[in-house]
Design a protein around this ligand. Sequence first.
Ligand SMILES: [Fe+2]
Length: 133
Amino acid sequence: MAFFEWNENLSVGILQLDTQHKTLVNMINNLYEAMSMGKGKDTLPKIIKEMSAYAVSHFSSEEKLMQMYEYPEYESHKKEHELFVKKIQEFKTEINKGNITITLNIANFLKSWLVNHIQGTDKKYSPFLEKEV
Ligand SMILES: [Fe+2]
């Protein structure tokens, strides 16, 4: 069983965004697996770099849609995204310093952040956004 599995409870009802969330789930699994196989040191910087780039582009997709549909909680939602990006930046700094003992913390943090963010924050935009996008 994978470390992190996407399930219907994580659906925001918008195909494009669910697909992007699934990609993030896969990336977090890859990170966890690399770490479990002791490959963390070699692959971690690359995985983190890819994941943060993907997260940034995913956040921008969400933000564009929220703006397009004049979602009232846009600002506070965007703040959450910004805090996440900042946190990842801190992880990157730690990793670049060679401090990889925090890897398991990173995988757990990413998983719980994503679950809480999707269920507590993302789902709130569902009724405001077109389902077809
Ligand atoms: Fe979001």
